[in-house]
Design a protein around this ligand. Structure first.
Ligand code: PMP
Length: 376
């Protein structure tokens, strides 16, 4: 009865949950939803065990000071400008509720991470998407002119994601400077979703905050950085002085992120940085990306190698996500799930490589068997 729940029209079961459910149902290897197969680092697990029984009550809505300081130290800003959230998902929702409302437009790129559109609509604003361009040779490219042309007097914010899920794009320093210039010219907030900031395979991504600290809100995720997506610890790095206002809004959501996990993330962030954990993560994922990409290419897929994230995009004339999960026993995400306002490139699929080598090998074997039995 949608008339009883008019806002429910904005939301339905996410494609990631749907594909994980189908993966279980069909016994498929799950290269769909972006959660790692590897366990989190020992320093994180040990700190969480130590926190249980000692840090069990509410934290302040803005986050435990030790965690705000640890995030601030890691990103190079004052801990007072950090708000801790229940994952990056809540961080993005807090920003949607705080920065825009009815009559406002929020500019973003398509393919679009699934929560951006419903969150903008739930805040009463209108999401406006500009498509990335995909070419079999050049891969994914940003159409800066199209983005400029999409700005109207109602545009309030530019919602960006670099490294970009699902395209794997890392905006070049020149593109970042152009994006910042656009935001400055029209006085737009920049919401920079940087949950994959440590997962890159070439040049280190530029953080928008370093270019425009006065207007950038940077969203981060301990779940992505420390391989603990279920712990629900994320953050917003705010322009100076704005954290108290965001924190006042976020306390109406989950009130605070889980306290013992905040303690554990505070302990693990400096260790991860100093011990080279992120470099090891990149090396490991880089290898798995290579394994997956060459396997998919041998099976006839066109693969668009990412510069960041732990996903690749690919196209194959005979594959759809539905056929693969039901008939080949491999779950991936249909590219069309990332499109709402424009048409998805034909046959586009997103395939996750944050999985173990053996899962990737098993998936490739199954795809190869499926190809052998498919009608010519
Ligand atoms: N932004 C992007 C681009 C993501 O891919 C994800 C998770 N898949 C999130 C935000 C949400 O992160 P979290 O799990 O910390 O809520």
């Amino acid at each position: 009865m949608p008339e009883l729940l008019p806002r429910a029209r904005n939301s339905s079961e996410s494609i990631f949950s749907q594909m994980s459910r189908l993966a279980l149902q069909y016994g498929a290897v799950n290269l769909g939803q972006g959660f790692p197969s590897d366990p989190p680092p020992a320093v994180l697990l040990d700190a969480a065990r130590g926190a249980l029984g000692r840090w069990d009550q509410y934290a302040p809505p803005a986050g435990l000071p030790i965690l705000r300081d640890a995030i601030g130290a890691d990103l190079g800003l004052d801990g007072a400008d950090v708000v801790v959230t229940s994952g990056a998902t809540e961080a993005l929702n807090v920003l949607a509720l705080s920065l825009y409302g009815p009559g406002d437009e929020v500019l973003m790129l398509e393919p679009v991470f699934d929560v951006y559109l419903p969150q903008a609509r739930l805040s009463g604003a209108t999401p406006v998407t500009v498509p990335m361009h995909l070419d079999d040779v050049a891969g994914w490219t940003l159409d800066m002119d199209a983005l400029r042309a999409a700005v109207t007097p109602n545009t309030r914010a530019l919602l960006l994601n670099s490294p970009f899920n699902p395209t794997g794009t890392v905006f070049s320093p020149v593109e970042c400077a152009e994006l910042v210039a656009l935001a400055r010219a029209h006085d737009l907030w920049i919401i920079s979703d940087e949950v994959y900031d440590e997962l890159y395979f070439g040049e280190q991504p530029t953080s928008f905050r370093t270019l425009a600290p006065e207007r950038t809100f940077t969203v981060g995720s301990a779940g992505k950085r420390l391989e603990a997506t279920g712990w629900r610890v994320g953050w917003i790095a705010c322009p100076p002085g704005l954290a108290p206002m965001l924190s006042a809004i976020r306390q109406n959501g989950s009130f605070c992120a889980p306290t013992p996990f905040q303690v554990a993330v505070a302990a693990a962030l400096p260790v991860a940085r100093e011990s080279g954990f992120y470099a090891d993560l990149r090396a490991g994922y880089g290898e798995r990306m290579g394994l997956l990409a060459s396997g998919l290419r041998e099976l006839g897929a066109t693969v668009f190698l990412p510069s960041g994230t732990y996903f690749l995009t690919a196209r194959h004339p005979q594959w759809t996500a539905e056929v693969l999960v039901k008939e080949a026993g491999v779950a991936v995400i249909p590219g069309a799930a990332f499109y709402a306002q424009h048409v998805a490139p034909e046959g586009l699929l997103r395939v996750a490589f944050c999985k173990s080598r053996s899962e990737i090998e098993r998936a490739l074997e199954r795809l190869s068997l499926h190809a052998a039995h498919a009608p010519a």
